[in-house]
Write a protein that binds this ligand. Structure first.
Ligand SMILES: [Zn+2]
Length: 73
């Protein structure tokens, strides 16, 4: 069963939640393990970054997608 990381918007606590895909799709009714706030948000870890948010291969140097050769050193 997969794990999901959630972060409490109130106290900042991060906790793991175990749920099946079906359970997650149905909507998890979560609360913070520390302060019992319902204001929890899923933490998207680096390995699960979704595609399509910022183009294909923009250089990290900040030159932009149409920069010529030599821009980035
Ligand atoms: Zn909390």
């Amino acid at each position: 069963m997969p794990y999901y990381d959630y972060r409490c918007a109130e106290c900042g606590a991060i906790f793991e939640v175990r749920a099946s895909i079906k359970e997650k799709e149905a909507g998890l009714n979560l609360e913070c393990a520390q302060c019992h706030s319902g204001e929890v948000r899923q933490v998207i870890t680096a390995g699960l970054v979704l595609h399509g948010s910022s183009g294909d291969s923009v250089p990290l140097c900040g030159c932009g997608p149409n920069a010529g050769p030599g821009c980035c050193g």
